[in-house]
Design a binder for this molecule. Sequence first.
Ligand SMILES: [Zn+2]
Length: 82
Amino acid sequence: MAIIPIYSEIDKRTGKVNWGLGWNDFHKVRSGYGCPACLEDFCGVYMPVCPVCRHERDVWADFLATPAHFQPGVAGPAPDPM
Ligand SMILES: [Zn+2]
C-alpha cells in the first residue's frame, strides 16, 4: 500500500473499508492511477486491473460523454479565422 489514507473505517453494513484520502491521492485513485481497494499506487500508469489485489476497475465509468459540438449534425463553435 503506497497511498497512505488520512483515516479508515469499516462499513458495518458491507464489511468493506472506507478510506479517507487527501486531495491528490483521491484524484489519483479516481483517475485510475491507484487502486481503490488496496490503495496501491500505480506510479502514473492507468491500470484497469490492480496487479496486487486483482480489483477490476469499471473502465466505462472513466469515459466522458462526447461533447455536443463533437457529434455530427450539431453546430459547434465557429472555427478560428486566423
Ligand atoms: Zn488493489
